[in-house]
Design a protein. Structure first.
Length: 452
């Protein structure tokens, strides 16, 4: 017997293609990086979050241009400790090159090329990231000629812009978007509308059919034949708490395979195909017996599938004091990894607390759907990292530069770092995410993106 362990993706450094392109704005202080950032994000987040003096608390934002969505990163706050302006700006550019897909290099056209600009250029030339050069403070035609001088940097065409007035930023953004890498669309069929989809799973005999019959009762409205899937998978629409829910493969739940050879195998396969099509899983367990290895395996299957999770303890009518004592021990010991999952104690036989399933399902699904805006996520992260920086590893302190939420359903966060983060630290980040944002009833994925 073993406890539920191992979140999917833990230990994986690479985030999949679901991450939006990252655009990092680099350049020496006062060239107008923050103004440009505000211009690009339309001050959407800035209005709410930018208080004078704390602008630099926010490093990453959600942004879009035409149909393209991306994460916009202001590198202004990084590595203020490095002595010397040019060194500091060069270091920022280095980090930017490590984490971004495109670098937006801002130069003040009214000043011309400075040592710091040249330091940035050297760093950028050494990377293979596309660079888009913004010649800022070109507020009118008179300054257009200033921009031309910036060809001398040797990083391509300078786009004359005025971050303050918005002049020229459209062409600049066209160039930025044009240099995005191809992003395969990773969204799955999860986005389809209609009733929310529940997989009722659990090892044989825990009471799945009984619960289904209890729930369906008089209210069973439609039996929905699914064409083209498992030959005889049948979903059922059941109204609960004033809402219609789709229970996946109810035929599979009701079928009796108990004494057949291969019943366990069949159950595992059924569980996995039901999970594929579900958004949330109810794992039913039988409290009249000790929790079994098979119960834990089903819970693990759900966590790995990335579906929302509700734990339902059935046959509560059979419980006496002694069994209850041991049950609590078993739950503590074996289900601690999913302590975030809502629990309901029910009896399919008597109907006890069965109505509590609905709020638990709703909680799990709401968490599963959650998206945290990039600006908010990063102000939270900045505080977290300031209070508890990642531990030094091999003599180096890995820096977490910023984070984005790559996808929802379930929430998947990507930390952009300069080095490897220990498992312990990532678990700490996940725990704090849960403490501060909730996610009750949903797995949360956390991965890192490190580039060299
Ligand atoms: P399934 O294999 O998970 O679908 O389990 P079933 O629904 O067939 O139930 C297995 C056995 O447990 C049957 O004998 C049920 O009558 C019994 N059972 C189901 N729910 C309860 C319950 O809440 N209390 C009690 N005492 N027995 C139950």
């Amino acid at each position: 017997m073993h406890a539920v362990s191992g979140m999917p993706e833990e230990g994986e450094a690479a985030a999949e293609a679901a991450v939006k392109p990252v655009v990092a704005v680099v350049g020496r202080p006062n060239v107008g990086k923050s103004s440009l950032v505000n211009r690009i994000i339309g001050r959407r987040e800035a209005v709410v979050e930018d208080v004078p003096g704390v602008t630099r608390d926010r490093v990453a934002y959600d942004a879009s241009w035409q149909a393209a969505e991306f994460t916009l990163v202001d590198t202004g706050g990084w590595e203020t400790s490095v002595s010397g302006l040019a060194a500091m700006v060069a270091r920022q550019a280095e980090y930017a090159a490590q984490t971004a897909d495109v670098i937006l290099f801002v130069v003040d056209a009214t000043v011309g090329i400075t040592d710091a600009d040249e330091a940035v250029t050297r760093v950028l030339r050494a990377t293979n990231r596309p660079v888009v050069l913004a010649a800022n403070k070109v507020d009118g035609e008179l300054q257009e000629a200033d921009a031309l001088v910036l060809w001398n940097l040797g990083v391509g065409e300078p786009f004359p812009i005025s971050a303050l007035h918005g002049r020229g930023t459209g062409d600049l953004l066209d160039a930025v978007v044009a240099s995005f890498p191809e992003v395969p669309q990773a969204e799955s069929a999860d986005e389809e509308g209609g009733p929310r989809r529940i997989a009722l799973v659990g090892r044989p005999n825990v009471g799945k059919s009984s619960l289904l019959n209890r729930l369906a009762g008089e209210d069973r409205v439609v039996v929905d034949e699914v064409a083209g899937t498992t030959r005889d998978a049948v979903d059922e629409l059941i109204e609960l708490g004033g809402e219609t829910w789709k229970f996946i493969d109810t035929a599979g739940i009701r079928r009796r395979f108990r004494n057949l050879q291969g019943a366990d195998y069949y159950a595992t396969v059924r569980t996995s195909s039901a999970l594929d099509r579900a958004e949330v899983a109810v794992v039913l367990m039988d409290v009249s017996e000790p929790l079994a290895e098979q119960d834990i395996r089903v819970v693990e299957q759900v966590v790995e599938s990335g579906r929302a999770l509700v734990l339902a303890f059935n046959k509560w009518d059979t419980l006496d004091e002694e069994r209850r004592y041991y049950l609590e021990k078993e739950i503590d010991r074996q289900l601690s990894r999913v302590s975030w999952a809502p629990r309901v104690n029910i009896s399919a036989k008597t109907g006890r607390h069965v109505e509590k399933l609905v709020p638990a399902l709703e909680t799990g699904l709401a968490s599963w759907d959650t998206r945290i805006p990039t600006g908010r996520l990063n102000s939270w992260l900045k505080e977290l990292v300031a209070a508890t920086p990642p531990p030094v590893r091999g003599g180096k302190q890995p820096k977490i530069l910023f984070a984005t939420q790559a996808s929802a359903r379930p929430p998947h966060f990507v930390l952009f770092t300069t080095g490897f983060l220990e498992d312990n630290y990532r678990r700490f980040v996940e725990r704090r995410l849960r403490e501060d944002f909730g996610f009750e009833g949903s797995p949360v994925k956390l991965s890192m993106r490190i580039r060299d």
